[in-house]
Design a protein around this ligand. Sequence first.
Ligand SMILES: Cc1cc2nc3c(=O)[nH]c(=O)nc-3n(C[C@H](O)[C@H](O)[C@H](O)COP(=O)(O)OP(=O)(O)OC[C@H]3O[C@@H](n4cnc5c(N)ncnc54)[C@H](O)[C@@H]3O)c2cc1C
Length: 388
Amino acid sequence: MSSLDYDIIVVGAGPSGTTAARRCAEKGLKVALIEKHEQPGMKVCAGGLDSRVIEDFDISKDIVQCHTETYRLYGSSGRIAIKEVESATVYRRDFDQYLAARATDAGATLLTSTRCLGVLREGDRVKGVDVKTSEGKKRIKAQIVIAADGFNSVTAKSAGLQTSYHPRDYGLTVQREIRVASGVQRSAKHLFYGRDVSRCGFGWIYPKRSSYTVGVGCLVSRIEKNQLVRNLEYLIRRHPIGSRILTDSTHISKVQAAPVPLKLSPKMFGNGVLVTGDAAGQVSPLGGNGIYYAMKAGAMAGETAANAIIHEDVSASALSQYQKEWTLVFGEDLKRQKRILELVEPWYNLYMEAKILLDSHASIKKIVSKGRNPARSLLRLRWREFKD
Ligand SMILES: Cc1cc2nc3c(=O)[nH]c(=O)nc-3n(C[C@H](O)[C@H](O)[C@H](O)COP(=O)(O)OP(=O)(O)OC[C@H]3O[C@@H](n4cnc5c(N)ncnc54)[C@H](O)[C@@H]3O)c2cc1C
């Protein structure tokens, strides 16, 4: 075993790890960013970016596949709600490699084909990681390790910061990439609700420049055997709207599956270690989107880690600042979303149908929020619809 020394080791070159590594390197620290794959960006993901990612992290237009203007939400009753929200799509291969390049430009060292086997300890402190590369096992030492290696993080687990997941605490997703002959409608993202698509979750069709990313996700506790893949096939081939969007498909990639954590880790720091992104369950439980949260957490963890090294205190107490800041900014909202999910889980599709109904009648929303007489206003609305 050989020995290398860094100030900070970041495990995982996803959105969270690359952001953390960049932040630390920009502070002049010696950073290793380690990635188990040959290159970053092998993650199964729909690649939907909300506008906050583009704005807060100044993402180049060159790697964006499509800028979308609306979300179209379809309920099982055939009702549609259209939300005018600007967002974007990317391929994770392009996005993660772009983020990794920004980290290396700032001075971080990217070590690919390097799998973290677990943290290295000295007493009660994390002091580096054991890794496996094509040349064998190595020991890399550092003052702080940031675990950004995704769901079921080996790094967090070995540091004693594992989260126990009940089947109600995470989702499973299946996804395919579909090319169509008739061209892609690039301005909308499509979300599909209803029992025929998912018992507790949703399906999606996201546009890319020359294909669609199509997937289905469901809370693990509500999945029936093999149902997820059957639901994906239904969305692609038989769903009244999904199959119409995907008509003329010329090439369908094989199914890829991946889990999504929907529960925040109770503890995201220890002596010499921080946990960020999917590794810490920092994903929206109702939307399943985690890229923005992962990047924000990466930036906060990077900042805390850099300050800890500069002030020569990498103790759990100094690093706890990261979780305090995270909880203050995002934690309460994600916990609230988890409580809602738990509450509506048995009636999830009914709940979504009601939300789509409300959204589809923006005027109903106005009535409810402005406190007018709902019955009279509804009659007026129905009359207007009848006339039209
Ligand atoms: C099918 C699907 C669709 C999704 N769609 C969206 C979406 O449209 N928008 C959105 O915002 N979110 C989406 N998400 C969620 C989003 O992908 C994650 O929340 C986000 O990728 C988390 O980023 P991360 O950096 O924390 O982890 P990851 O992106 O999982 O990155 C972890 C990195 O660590 C590496 N790694 C893992 N183990 C090791 C190890 N032992 N040693 C070294 N490296 C390791 C991995 O190879 C990977 O590169 C989706 C998730 C799924 C499964």
